[in-house]
Each structure stands twice: as C-alpha cells, then as structure tokens.
Write a protein that binds this ligand. Structure first.
Ligand code: G3I
Length: 316
C-alpha cells in the first residue's frame, strides 16, 4: 500500500484529505494532484462554504462556488467536510452589525445552518467553528454576546434537523494539548451530550509549530474521544520560521509522524485533513510573514520529508 489516504484506510481510518479553494482550481497540475485518491480521499472547501460566501445578504443564499468543490469531490469519489456554518470570522456585516435582538439572531442562525446543511446532504460539518478564546472563555462573537452560549446548541439542533445523516462537529484551534481551551471544549461537549444536543465529533484544527507539538497530543485526543464522540484533525499543518533547512524539515517530518501516529492509535480519530497540500497555497505566510513551508509538498509540488513522516505515522 502506498499513498497517504490508502495508508490511512489501511490503518482503519475513514480518510486522509486536504483543504482546497476555488481560485486554486485554475491550476491544472494542482487539480490533477488534488484528485489523486491514493493521497486524498477527502476534501474541505477552505473558504466557499463560509457565511460571507453562502449568505452575503440576508436570505440571499449563494452556493455556486461551494457547489464547484462539492461536485469535484463527487467526481473524484472523495468525502467532503463542510466548513463552516457558524463562525465569528468571514461573517458579513449584515450579521455582525445588524443589531438584532436575541430571538431575531437565533432565527438567523437556525435559518443559515438549515439552508447550508440541507443544500449539501450527507456531509461531515464543522457546524460551529472556534467558539473559544485561548483562556477557555467563550469568544465574544456577535452570536455569544447576543444569544449566549446556547447559540451552539441552536446551530447543532438546526443542523441535525436539516440532515439527520450529517456528522456534526465543533471545531477549534489550540486544543492540541491539555490546557484551559481543551478543558473548555471537553466541558462544552460533555454538557451538550448530557443535554441531548446532537454532537458527533470534535474537530482539532492542529495548526502546529515544528518542535513544539504537545507531548500529550494523543492523550488529549483520547480524552475527547472518551466523551463518546469522534475526533478528527481538521486543518493540520506544521509551520516553522523560514527558510527551510534540512534540520527544520527533519523536525517537521518527525512532528507529522507523531501527530499521525496519535490519530492512528486513537480508535475514534476518524481522519485527518491537511490545510491544503502544497506550500504554494498555504494560508500561513499571509498571517505569519516569516513562517511557512508547513505542508508535505513544497511550492513546486515536490514531496518533502513531511510526506514520509505522514506515511510512516500511518504505517509504523
Ligand atoms: O475573496 C477575497 C478577494 O475578493 C480579495 O481580492 C482578496 C484580497 O486579499 O481577498 C479574498 O479573501 C481572502 C479569502 O481568504 C479568500 O481567498 C481573505 O482576504 C483571506 O483573509 C481569507 O483567508 C482565509 C482565512 O481562513 C480567513 O480567516 C484562508 O484562505 C483560509 O485558509 C483560512 O482558514 C481558516 C479556517 O477557516 C479556520 N481555522 C483557521 C484557518 C486558517 O486561518
């Protein structure tokens, strides 16, 4: 067996996949590799299912760009993760500055989630994205400040109603090791389960830094899974300060291997998604200008040591 997705499946996982984005689909060699089922049997749209893309003004639902990616996944026979229904970022002004009452915003959250989830049936969904601050308190998004923490349950229930077969996740970053934010996610999902709110999984984004991946990464996944939910690594990348050197690439290879081995070892870790597969289209340099080279293929689509790290993580 060779190929990252084939190896993931041989390790008992559902998928190994990658994010992608509509502008990248004009790059023919990129698209060809994206469709390689040996390496990727899952894709996530990086931007085109977000609120600003799907409901830019109230009640005006736009699915053309998202449909392009869903149709590509279908053509390639790849699983699709929907990303994301309710998030504080890439949220249009009409929502953030709408000054809605609590009940009005509840209806808006319900309608948005229902419309988006029912347009794309049978998917895995990051229904709620990034609800927490790093200190484990709730992020003061317009949803939290207007509705309170119950906006999360409202969105999850609307998603379940819209598509009983969809898998519903809450997704966040900096929940890779123990700490206040991981505890907050654990406690939230525990309380949602106790209340009977539909929740199928915890998405661990896993935007990591080479050399400082938490030792307890696996134990942390295990703890989430012990709540009786699936876990997935949803946006994996491992960045370092540029330029690449053999030592940094080797560190990155080891880190990828350890992270993948952790998912392999945790029964309910169902799959891994990297946040695009080539450094050419990574989000990192636009946000951390001195950093990058976070993905397993370089800008020229040449495999890096990280590729072997992932393969070994699934295999060894
Ligand atoms: O669409 C506009 C385009 O019209 C304009 O010309 C161009 C000029 O900068 O910007 C385009 O929008 C950009 C958008 O990506 C689409 O390319 C935004 O500026 C840019 O900020 C946006 O970045 C995305 C980022 O989320 C925004 O928060 C990244 O591509 C996307 O990879 C990234 O993904 C997030 C996950 O959704 C959640 N977790 C963290 C992860 C990394 O930030």
């Amino acid at each position: 067996v060779s190929g990252l997705a084939k190896l993931a499946k041989a390790a008992g996982k559902k998928y190994f996949g990658t994010a992608t984005d509509n502008p990248e689909l004009n790059d023919a060699p990129y698209v060809e590799k994206l469709g390689d089922l040996h390496d990727f049997n899952q894709i996530t749209p990086g931007n085109s299912m977000k609120w600003d893309a799907t409901e830019p003004s109230r009640g005006n639902f736009q699915f053309a760009n998202a449909d392009v990616i869903v149709n590509l996944a279908r053509k390639n026979k790849q699983i699709l993760r929907g990303h994301t229904c309710v998030w504080h970022s890439q949220l249009p002004q009409w929502v953030t500055a709408g000054n809605f009452t609590k009940s009005a915003l509840q209806e808006i959250v319900k309608t948005h989630t229902r419309k988006v989830v029912s347009h794309f049936k049978g998917k895995i969904w990051d229904v709620v994205n990034e609800p927490f601050n790093d200190d484990g308190t709730f992020r003061e998004s317009v949803f939290y400040t207007t509705i309170g923490p119950e906006y999360i349950a409202i969105a999850l229930k609307a998603a379940r109603k819209a598509d009983p077969h969809a898998k519903l996740y809450i997704n966040d970053y900096n929940i890779d090791g123990p700490g206040a934010k991981s505890d907050a996610m654990y406690n939230l999902v525990k309380s949602l389960k106790e209340q009977g709110v539909p929740i199928d999984g915890i998405g661990v984004q896993a935007h990591l830094i080479a050399g400082i991946v938490p030792d307890s990464f696996q134990a942390n996944l295990e703890r989430f899974a012990s709540l009786g939910v699936d876990v997935a690594l949803t946006e994996l990348d491992i960045r370092f300060t540029l330029p690449p050197t053999p030592a940094k690439l080797e560190q990155q290879r080891r880190d990828y291997q350890n992270v993948i081995a952790a998912c392999k070892a945790v029964k309910r870790c169902v799959g891994v998604t990297i946040w695009d597969w080539t450094d050419k289209y990574s989000w990192i340099p636009s946000v951390f200008p001195d950093q990058g080279a976070a993905l397993p293929w370089d800008e020229g689509f040449v495999k890096k040591p990280a590729y072997d790290g992932i393969a070994n993580g699934w295999f060894l």
